[in-house]
Design a protein around this ligand. Structure first.
Ligand SMILES: N[C@@H](CCC(=O)N[C@@H](CS)C(=O)NCC(=O)O)C(=O)O
Length: 214
């Protein structure tokens, strides 16, 4: 059988979530790294009509959207399950992934991390107004995530799932900003979750050069 190939840069949170699924599953895969800041290669534009990363190719099969890729990694290969066994657990996992996409990634990564960390790397000053407007949104999203943990070690039930793999790359970057540091200091269950998750072999093997936190 062909080796699955993930297309996208190692620094992308979404690419890292998809890689984490293959890593946790123990499935060999290749990373086709390219830097989208230098433009999307034509092959990626053909794989992903919305010009995003990651995309997956597995033989003739092409797939994009990170949660779909994670589910494929979980269901098409042997290895430890990355989804809860019960319908309510799977629904909660899907809800948390959607929440991260819709309400957490934008303020925490798209605005705070981009302005605070990436803009200076590109020679621009952070836009403080953009950051200030994003802080309450990020705080709300992280507060809701905290409530799902409710003292447990994983976001859903008592085992690692795709929800944890969706959050971990976001958390790593968010923690590198003063705003993320402050917000996560007020979400102690998430801090405990992070301390438990950040040292996993899969996290070590996918750690981007850019990441100081984990
Ligand atoms: N809904 C997509 C989102 C993917 C996404 O936004 N990826 C970011 C990188 S972390 C991206 O491709 N950004 C490129 C751009 O916005 O030009 C998924 O789940 O895969």
């Amino acid at each position: 059988m062909a080796t699955p190939i993930l297309h996208g840069p190692a620094y992308s949170t979404y690419v890292r979530s998809a890689r984490l699924a293959f890593e946790e599953k123990g499935v060999a895969y290749e990373l086709d790294h390219f830097d989208f800041m230098e433009g999307f290669p034509p092959e990626q534009q053909a794989r992903h009509p919305f010009n995003r990363v990651p995309a997956l190719t597995h033989g003739d099969f092409t797939l994009y959207e990170t949660v779909a890729i994670g589910r494929y990694a979980d269901e098409a290969f042997d290895g430890p399950s990355l989804q809860p066994g019960d319908p309510q657990g799977r629904a909660r996992m899907t809800q948390i992934c959607s929440l991260l996409d819709c309400y957490a990634y934008g303020p925490a990564i798209g605005k705070i991390v981009i302005e605070r960390l990436v803009s200076p790397m590109l020679g621009r000053d952070p836009d403080e107004a953009v950051i200030a407007a994003a802080v309450p949104e990020a705080e709300k999203a992280y507060g809701v995530l905290e409530s799902f943990l409710a003292g447990r070690l994983f976001l859903v039930g008592d085992a690692l799932s795709l929800a944890d793999l969706h959050l971990a790359p976001n958390y790593a970057y968010f923690l590198m900003t003063p705003e993320g540091e402050a917000i996560t200091s007020r979400t102690p269950d998430l801090r405990r979750w992070w301390d438990n998750v950040k040292g996993r072999d899969a996290m070590m093997r996918t750690r981007p050069e850019f990441s100081a936190a984990g």
